[in-house]
Design a binder for this molecule. Structure first.
Ligand code: SF4
Length: 501
């Protein structure tokens, strides 16, 4: 639906954001031009009354192109256990959601008005406040208009995470190392990854990375921090040549590995980046989890999305890793890839589950700015599968993982996800990735090293996350690494130095 202009009786950034989130949810565009719009204007007027808990009345004025105006009024009230600000924002959002659903007879959105990246955080907060798991789905439906299926899913995931979250203490951290290189660029990718450069440029990167690793290790030691997990991601870390890959693993191992480390993951993304030497290096440096990401097991799809390998290469890679050492294998699948149908996903899932990975992450395609896919959709009219087909893909994939005995253990959402879906990690019992849980729930400090890495420090008393970002752009990272090292050091010291026992 297209509307020429939007007015809101508040210029507060958060209210504008909330209103726009509901418009995006229902695919309503503000076009700003006459002649292209279905309606001339949408005006949203919110009025708050009371404060414990607050109530919000939202009046919506919808002007047709001929000037005729219709008025709709909705009222929502916050909950007594909610912060007033949060209750007001939720009420505004719920009122506008109700307006679109009722006025245009739109079906309910699976996630209702739950918009954030980490919906499980709400469930954790309620569990900590003493609410029982049995009460939570009804509360999610009431507060957020969340569907029964999604409410059950996030409650199940949040409850499953509790024993893992309990394993972390205030001074326990995880390490993230970013290797920002890939062998080619996938169609849907918006990550600031770089095509693998020649050895000379790589040498420069390795030297900078070494300084980054050493200084992070000094800080971890000096502040008395305990490393629980290590994650080497990117990019595709295995795109490094054999010798550089082994050198990088050795640096990370020497800097951080110890008896406290219970998980050491390497993203080995694509089979065109894997060799016997790299598998041997991972075995030698005590890697416990390797991520192999087929995304699809359909040859035409792999070709279409710019991955230069076949489904058979994936099978060979998994078998070679397994034959070399005892390691957990994770596999990622993307739902909603261009040109795919639910039948393709069914075949992909049959091929993936036949390999019996320890955990499988089902991603919904997120259409991101900066991806070649977004550009090609505008210039070459590539189309994504319709939302209804993506939902059938999701149903087929979820059915396959459940039948194969996997259980959901972490979940996150992104903007612009196909079918308004979510990303969910499924694992066989005992194979849940602790790093994935900690980073998604933001309940542990992550020390970021390398290209495009983020350090997130969890306040011991405040429970708030503070972040320091390394440059996404490689040239800037290489040039200014000392600045990023200092910023990370300052952030870690501010939280942990005065707390050092
Ligand atoms: S391998 Fe991953 S990081 Fe690299 S281009 Fe593809 S999606 Fe992006």
């Amino acid at each position: 639906m297209r509307i020429r202009s939007l007015t809101i009786n508040s210029s507060a950034e958060v209210i504008v954001k909330i209103v726009r989130e509901v418009l995006t949810l229902f695919k309503v565009e503000i076009v700003g031009r006459a002649g292209e719009a279905d309606y001339a204007q949408l005006s949203v007027v919110n009025r708050q009354s009371g404060c414990e808990p607050p109530s919000v009345m939202t009046e919506v004025f919808l002007f047709a192109n001929n000037g005729v105006c219709e008025q709709h009024t909705f009222v929502s009230t916050g909950q007594a256990d909610e912060a007033v600000r949060a209750a007001v924002h939720r009420a505004v959002k719920r009122n506008l959601y109700q307006f679109f659903r009722m006025r245009f007879a739109l079906p309910p959105a699976p996630w209702g008005i739950l918009h954030g990246v980490r919906p499980t955080k709400i469930v954790h907060r309620w569990l900590r406040s003493g609410m029982s798991a049995a009460e939570i789905p009804a509360r999610l439906a009431e507060d957020y208009a969340c569907s029964a299926e999604k409410a059950q899913l996030i409650t199940e995931v949040a409850v499953r995470q509790l024993p893992f979250l309990a394993q972390s203490a205030p001074r326990t951290v995880s390490i993230y190392v970013g290797i920002p290189f890939c062998l080619s660029r996938c169609l849907y990718c918006s990550f600031p990854s770089n095509l693998l450069p020649g050895r000379e440029k790589l040498r420069v990167f390795m030297d900078v990375l070494s300084r980054d690793i050493q200084t992070a290790a000094e800080d971890v030691r000096a502040l008395g921090l305990t490393v629980q997990s290590i994650y080497i991601g990117g990019g595709t870390p295995t795109s490094l040549p054999n010798d550089f890959f082994a050198e990088m693993l050795k640096m990370v191992y020497n800097a951080f590995y110890g008896t406290s480390v219970i998980e050491f993951t390497v993203e080995a993304g694509r089979p065109d980046s894997m060799t016997a030497e790299k598998i041997a290096a991972m075995r030698e440096h005590a890697v416990t989890r390797v991520s192999v990401n087929p995304q699809s097991m359909q040859a035409e799809t792999l070709e279409r999305i710019g991955r230069h390998h076949s489904p058979e290469d994936i099978v060979r890679m998994v078998r070679e890793i397994r034959a070399a050492f005892d390691v957990h294998i994770n596999m990622d699948v993307i739902l909603g890839l261009p040109g795919e149908t639910a039948a393709d996903v069914q075949r992909t899932m049959a091929a993936v589950t036949a390999l019996a990975p320890d955990d499988i992450t089902l991603h919904a395609l997120a259409l991101k700015r900066g991806s070649n896919l977004r550009r090609k959709m505008e210039t070459e009219h590539i189309e994504l599968p319709p939302d209804a087909e993506t939902l059938r893909m999701s149903a087929a994939a979820v059915c396959a993982v459940k039948e194969a005995g996997y259980r959901p253990y972490y979940l996150y959402r992104q903007g612009y996800m196909s079918g308004d879906l979510e990303n969910v990690g499924y694992a066989r019992a005992g194979a849940e990735s602790i790093y994935n849980i900690q980073i998604m729930e933001e309940r542990q400090t992550i020390v970021g090293i390398g290209g495009a890495a983020t350090t997130k420090v969890l306040g011991i008393r405040s429970g708030r996350m503070r972040s320091a970002f390394h440059a996404k752009d490689l040239v800037t990272y290489l040039r200014d690494v000392d600045i990023y090292i200092e910023k990370r050091r300052a952030l870690l010291r501010a939280e942990y130095e005065e707390e050092t026992p």
